[in-house]
Design a protein around this ligand. Sequence first.
Ligand SMILES: [Zn+2]
Length: 96
Amino acid sequence: MFRNSVVTRTGQAWKLWLSIMVMLLGSFAPLWDGSGINWTMGTVLMLAGYAFGVWFIVCPECRRRWFWSAALNAELYGPLFKQPVCPHCQRKFAAR
Ligand SMILES: [Zn+2]
């Protein structure tokens, strides 16, 4: 999935999935009484998941935080998932 994504090609897809999974857990776990996660904890999980992705998914070349850049400029989300090129330094990453 997303083989041409710069995130996948730099070996950081697991960080993206972890970030998404933690955000989903924070969003939906509070809906079930048995989960032991209340809305406050769910909100903290959401923010932690988001912060993890924004903070730790970086360009190995120029060290830019891709999802922080995309949070400021939503046009960058497309290129991050579809192109094997860093939107900042234009470094192209080979398939693994
Ligand atoms: Zn770069």
